[in-house]
Design a protein. Structure first.
Lengths: 290, 264, 368
């Protein structure tokens, strides 16, 4: 009584009866919300920056920015500052991230705690703390005076802003590196050691290259965040240490020049997008803050 | 314990000191008995805490920050949880793309968003208000909740949901009885993180707040522009205490490392 | 295994012309299947053949692109999952991790709004049925794999489903436990007289448990038959090869005589006689297959056997001795039952000439 199935004809797909929907309903609220309150504001920002006299559109605001040496200097300063800060974070943050990834148990938890807590304490509070430490009557100079050494000018200049900025961004770098190192296959390192690699060569030729992605991601994150941050510069710098975001803030609150501020905002957005695009090329998948 | 080379351990200790320095300094300064911030303080007292806790100029912004953070977190969770579930279980084309879009706010400096929202809310008549603040914070904070929920949900056993459905649960019942208990830690962790990030946010808060809705960082900032006394240190210490407390809860409930290295 | 005459012939579940287009993997192409009341049917096949897809379509967790599914003559293909009244057991047990054993089992009853007095009774009966008395308050994390699977079974059965679907339920258990669970399940099924559809990729499991087996491949059912007929009379070369072991020869049909077909195999002096396959014509290329245990082995070659050659290996696996004989037609595997190792080894005699023979009807022919 062998029952063979009838010779099969190839299946002709009919329009799906709800088997595979295009876009599940659950996604809609979030997507709509972000479309309205994230994408639309950016668009309006762009439109505002193109506002000309009367009802026209013009690039006049951008001409103001790129035609004036002062604004170009500010942009240049911002980028340079970002670069220096990122470099410092990379050098200082990699070993920190390495330590987080390669320790175990309570030590690890404590370390993560130490790295994460500054992240979550408000940047205003942290900058205030640095004011206390670096200021003329602050901790460091108190120590200098006690030792009979001259006073150090550590605030209201690039140094102070730089130190505070590195402090803000270091955890991002460390966590990015740690994240990548955690997912590395340790067996590759073990194979290298069996093949005869001593610790420093193991690190240089195996571990570091394999964790490059975390380093790059962290660096790009640090860079975008540093060129977008204004609180640190506001509290620890002064007019000579002007950066683009602070300029935008001033234009909005002090000068109330909205189209101009919008144009600078667009400029900043373009700079950040360019960096993110670069990251996409280098890494393949953009990541954000930890 | 750690298996690190000794040089690295020394480095870590130095770095740890660097990381906690400003926070520790602020906390110590808050206990100054003098009228000005000097370091090290000559003598200690809690008078600044007394002053700050009874001063509406400080307490009101603290309360604003708390309710802003709570509201933003709840709204963001309501949006992110269904999105995370749809991304994992629905057969979505271009899943990666949509995921990247939803996580996009993480990559942008918040000043850009703040400026855009300033114009946007002015145009739709909301202006600087609590609602505008909530909207801005929700946009910033959604990715944090989405990320942790995605992480938890992706590693969960989905067959339990199938089993519930075959046993007679409609989709809502299956979610309530089976899915939610499983992803609850993820929602909580993401929510806590979101709350803390909202507490931390300056750019959006500064541009979209008015006198009634000033969140804490903004009020500290404006106070600092004109004053430099330990009351700032006192209120900051209170905020630090809140953050540390919440982080400890997070570690208990979820394990802090899981939040940090979540998803993908 | 029941004889054909004992099975009631009421069709309980029927699948008509079911198709599912789903990219390349797990697609189904026109499935027709009628499952009889109280039958234990196995869906067997390699991974990707569509057996799990078919099961999930029956459950309602996936939608077919075309076709119909009927239970007792009623179409259920448009009924949502939670209203189909079926039962399902998963390979990963899929227990609710935050509920204890009793509440896991209670879940379906709650969903169907069974009053609690009756529910409590049914739960107690179910727990007895799967022999888990004493474990009621445990959480899934506190149970072993076998115990978790029994809870999953109880949970599915307690709602009295019309059909029970099982998706490789024993795949995650170790060999011994798997065997005892198989026997338990079968006993349970006979006692409850419940229709069960069981997906597996393990042919030994299917052969030992099922009333009928549907062997699937690439979205189609290749053969639907009782285990013995699937084993002894496979309908296609794929089924023949997938189940058990097979020796293969390729050749050409050169004629027929007395109900046998004659197969000319390269390098053999005389054609082989094989069971006739009417679908093959004289002159066609054909594939001939025979099971290793159907072959007789003789020492020495005195010209009596069908094939002559030299023994090259003897591989002992406990129950049998697998002897490889190198013949003019290639390497042939002969399975000798272990009736005492010394005797068997003497019979095998590696390196010695040997002759092998078989019943002609045991050599099956398939299109090449």
């Amino acid at each position: 009584m062998a029952i063979l199935s009838s010779p099969a004809e190839p299946a002709h797909p009919v329009a799906s009866r709800g088997g595979i929907r295009r876009l599940p309903l659950g996604l809609l609220p979030a997507l709509i919300f972000l479309a309205v309150f994230f994408a639309a504001p950016l668009l309006i920002n762009l439109l505002e920056s193109l506002r000309g006299p009367g009802e026209t559109h013009s690039l006049a605001q951008f001409a103001r920015i790129f035609g004036d040496a002062y604004y170009l200097t500010v942009i240049g300063q911002t980028l340079l500052f970002g670069l220096v800060v990122t470099l410092a974070c990379a050098l200082l943050g990699y070993p920190l991230g390495y330590a987080v990834a390669r320790t175990e148990g309570t030590f690890k938890v404590v370390l993560i705690f130490l790295v994460v807590t500054p992240l979550l304490v408000n940047v205003v509070v942290r900058s205030f703390g640095w004011l206390v430490i670096l200021g003329g009557n602050g901790a460091i100079n108190a120590g200098m005076r006690a030792l009979g050494l001259p006073k150090l000018n550590l605030i209201y200049n690039w140094t102070g802003v730089g130190i505070a900025m590195v402090h803000v961004l270091l955890p991002f770098m460390a966590l990015s590196v740690a994240g990548t190192l955690e997912t590395l296959d340790r067996r590759i390192e073990e194979a290298a050691r069996v093949l005869g690699a001593p610790p420093h060569r193991l690190f240089w030729h195996v571990t570091l290259p394999m964790s490059a992605q975390g380093l790059i991601t962290g660096s790009i994150l640090c860079f975008t965040l540093s060129i977008g941050s204004f609180v640190t510069a506001l509290l620890l710098g002064k007019n000579s240490t002007m950066v683009l975001p602070l300029l935008i803030y001033q234009q909005l609150t002090v000068a109330s020049d909205w189209p101009f501020a919008a144009a600078m905002g667009v400029t900043l957005l373009i700079l950040v997008s360019a960096i993110l695009w670069l990251q996409g090329r280098l890494v393949g998948e953009p990541r954000g803050r930890p | 314990m750690s298996k690190l080379p000794p040089a690295l351990t020394v480095y870590i200790v130095i770095m740890a000191l660097f990381l906690v320095a400003p926070i520790v300094v602020v906390v110590i300064a808050a206990f100054t008995s003098g009228d000005f911030i000097t370091f090290p303080p000559q003598s200690f007292s809690v008078r600044w805490f007394d002053k700050v806790l009874s001063d509406p100029e400080f307490i009101s912004p603290l309360w604003n920050s708390v309710r802003l953070g709570a509201t933003a977190t709840i709204v963001a969770s309501a949006l992110a949880v269904p999105a995370a579930m749809a991304l994992v279980r629905g057969n979505v084309r271009r899943r990666r793309l949509i995921e990247s879009l939803l996580l996009a706010p993480l990559s942008l400096p918040t000043i850009i968003l703040a400026v855009g929202l300033l114009f946007f809310t002015a145009q739709i008549g909301l202006g600087a208000s609590f609602t505008s603040l909530v909207i801005g914070h929700v946009v910033i904070v959604i990715p944090y909740v989405l990320r942790t929920v995605l992480g938890v949900y992706m590693s969960a056993n989905h067959e339990a949901e199938d089993a519930a459905k075959v046993l007679g649960a409609n989709p809502l019942q299956a979610f309530w009885h089976v899915t939610l208990p499983t992803i609850w830690p993820g929602i909580l962790a993401g929510g806590i993180f979101a709350f803390l990030m909202s507490f931390d946010e300056v750019a959006v808060s500064i541009l979209l707040s008015n006198t009634d809705t000033t969140p804490l960082p903004v009020s500290i900032l404006s106070y600092l522009v004109y004053n430099y006394d330990p009351s700032v240190a006192a209120i900051s210490t209170i905020q630090i205490a809140i953050v540390i407390l919440v982080l400890l809860i997070l570690e208990r409930v979820f394990g802090i490392r899981n939040v940090m290295f979540a998803s993908r | 295994m029941k004889a054909m005459a004992d099975i009631p012939t009421t069709t309980h579940l029927e699948i008509r012309a079911l198709c599912r287009a789903f990219g390349d993997v797990g697609a189904l192409a026109t499935i027709n299947l009628a499952v009889v009341e109280g039958e234990f049917l196995a869906l067997l096949g390699p991974s990707g053949c569509g057996k799990t897809t078919l099961l999930r379509c029956i459950a309602g967790l996936l939608d077919p692109t075309e076709g119909d599914i009927l239970i007792d003559g009623q179409s259920i293909v448009r009924v949502p999952v939670h209203r189909r009244g079926l039962g399902m057991v998963f390979q990963s047990y899929a227990l609710f991790p935050h509920m204890n054993v009793v509440n896991n089992i209670r879940f379906g009853l709650k969903m169907h709004k069974v009053p609690s007095s009756e529910a409590d009774q049914r739960i107690a009966d179910a727990i007895d049925l799967v022999q888990l008395r004493g474990y009621e308050q445990r959480l899934p994390g506190q149970l072993s794999g076998g115990q978790q699977q029994r809870v999953a079974l109880a949970r599915a059965l307690v709602t009295r489903p019309s059909v029970l679907l099982l998706d490789e339920p024993f795949g995650a258990l170790d060999a011994k436990l798997r065997q005892s669970m198989q026997i338990e399940l079968r006993r349970l099924q006979r006692r409850l007289k419940m229709t069960m559809i069981f997906v597996t990729h393990d042919q030994a499991e299917a052969l030992s448990m099922a009333d009928r087996i549907a062997v699937m491949r690439a979205g189609r059912i290749e053969q639907l038959d009782t285990p013995t007929r699937i084993y002894d009379m496979p309908a296609t070369a794929f089924v023949a090869d997938f189940i058990g072991q097979m020796n293969r020869f390729t050749g050409r049909i050169i004629g027929r005589s007395n109900g046998h077909a004659l197969l000319a195999v390269a390098d053999l002096p005389a054609p082989l006689k094989a069971r006739d396959n009417p679908s093959l014509a004289v002159g066609d290329e054909a594939l001939a297959m025979i099971r290793p245990e159907r072959i007789q082995l003789k020492r020495g070659s005195d010209g009596d056997g069908m094939l002559e050659g030299v023994t090259s290996d003897a591989i002992f696996n406990g129950e049998r001795l697998n002897v490889l004989v190198q013949t003019g037609a290639g390497s042939v595997s002969v399975a000798l039952p272990n009736v005492g190792v010394d005797i068997t080894r003497a019979a095998a005699a590696v390196g010695q000439p040997a002759a092998i023979s078989w019943e002609s009807n045991d050599l099956l022919l398939f299109p090449a």
